[in-house]
Write a protein that binds this ligand. Structure first.
Ligand code: HAM
Length: 418
């Protein structure tokens, strides 16, 4: 029988894993500078958490969730995104009692049962950030600036940063009416999902991916024209502060987010090199979500970066394979034991060591050292042990140096050869 990964899932193997680690390490450094702390959340949550926050009529909840009953008969869901789980934890652990803004980040897999295609997976990884307790648009500008720093720190260039405001509960009724008036005449041409959403949640029609719906809704009024005084002021201040922080961006009044919890600031970062799935990161403000989860009214804003969308953009520019600092060839049973002990001794000093475990010819051991990209090689024979001297070969320059056969001497020269 042949086993394979499930459709839309993938194994991430070395050496590609080192690109993931590079991205994660860069993000961690930048998060630290901005005062974000890591939070680790379960992958499985009560289904309600996502229905309530992402929205009953969203594509994610209607079509894409991995939902099932556990053995106790509870409806549980593999998280399709991180914000809902985060807000659940924020309320559950009273994190709002800490001084604001409370800033957190997370990294991990999300699950959406979407049709797999290039850069769209059913299990995909996000790096997300959430900042709570501050309504001031300076925080919005700061988190947007932090996101650009992470993306450029990773080595990405040529991205479009699009920003808009999608208003709040107060401005939404007027906008809903305007949108419905625009859509009403064309309603029969929309897909059945959109027709159903017209009365329940017409804003979701703007997010439908069916090509016919996308073209029929062209020219619909932008929400930005219907902002209340408070949202307008918030948006003006946001624009001022992103300019102050010199964040390259454009204002896109047609930007739509696929999750219901957003209000005011919304943003998306796209790359034209990715075709249809061009969003590499996205986020926005969600000021009503904490109350929705039973916590005190608390504003929040955040974003998530899609790992599988940024990896292909930097794949060629990152040095992928890290070979060992030293490969130890052995000649005979007795020397293998000597090598075994030496390897442990060097590793405890942080030197990356590989050795030959079985009895192979010196030629095949040298070939292996070369294949795995070892930076230095030594061969231990009975002679070397007897004389207390060893030859270390720098595989880059091919230079050979005879040194005393001691761990300290080896470490010194390995560090010099770097
Ligand atoms: P989202 O726009 O649904 O937002 O997802 C964020 C990013 O995840 C997308 O821009 C994309 O890069 C990546 N992504 C989404 N679906 C897939 C997929 N099927 N395959 C590969 N990558 C994908 C959220 O998830 C919000 N929780 C972000 C947020 C945090 N808003 C506030 N805080």
């Amino acid at each position: 029988m042949k086993y394979k990964t499930l459709k839309g899932l993938q194994d991430i193997l070395p050496p590609e894993v080192s690109i993931w680690q590079h991205i994660e390490a860069t993000a961690r450094d930048i998060f630290r500078a901005y005062g974000y702390q890591e939070i680790r959340l379960p992958i499985l949550e009560s289904t309600d958490i996502f229905v309530r926050s992402i929205g009953e009529t969203s594509d994610i909840v209607e079509k894409e969730m991995y939902t099932f009953q556990d053995k106790g008969g509870r409806s549980v869901t593999l998280r399709p995104e991180g914000t809902a789980s985060f807000v659940r934890a924020y309320v559950e652990h009273h994190l709002y009692n800490n001084p604001a803004p409370q800033k957190y980040y997370y990294m991990g897999p999300m699950f959406r049962y979407e049709r797999p295609q290039a850069y769209r997976y059913r299990q995909f990884y996000q790096i997300g950030a959430e900042a709570m307790g501050v309504e001031d648009p300076k925080l919005d500008a700061e988190i947007i600036s932090m996101l650009t720093k992470i993306l450029s720190g990773i080595g990405l260039a040529g991205l479009n940063f699009e920003i808009t405001s999608i208003g709040c509960k107060k401005c939404r009724p007027a906008y809903r009416d305007a949108l419905k008036n625009f859509l009403r005449e064309k309603l029969n041409s929309f897909c059945s999902d959109c027709q159903r959403r017209f009365d329940v949640n017409p804003l979701r029609i703007l997010d439908c991916k069916v090509p016919d719906c996308v073209s029929i809704r062209q020219g619909s009024p932008p929400v930005i024209d219907y902002l209340c005084a408070e949202c307008k002021e918030h948006f003006e201040s946001l624009k001022h502060h992103v300019i102050l922080l010199k964040v390259p961006h454009t204002i896109n009044p047609n930007l739509v987010r696929g999750l219901d919890y957003y209000n005011k600031t919304a943003f998306e970062v796209t790359s034209e090199s990715l075709g249809a799935q061009k969003a590499v990161a996205a986020g926005g403000r969600y000021d009503g979500l904490v109350d929705e989860f039973g916590g005190p009214p608390t504003p929040g804003i955040g974003f998530a970066i899609g790992m599988e969308r940024i990896i292909p953009l930097i794949k060629d520019s990152v040095n992928k394979t890290e070979g060992p600092d030293l490969f130890i060839c052995t000649l005979g049973e007795k020397t293998t034991e000597e090598a075994f002990l030496l390897a442990e001794q060097l590793r405890s000093q942080g030197i990356m060591v590989e050795m030959n475990y079985e009895l192979h010819s010196l030629k095949s051991q040298m070939r292996k050292a070369d294949r795995i990209g070892a930076r230095n090689v030594i061969s231990i024979g009975e002679d070397e042990i007897k004389k207390g001297l060893i030859v270390i070969k720098d595989m880059g320059s091919k230079k050979e140096t005879e040194i005393g056969f001691y761990a300290a001497e080896l470490i010194k020269i390995i560090r010099e050869n770097k």
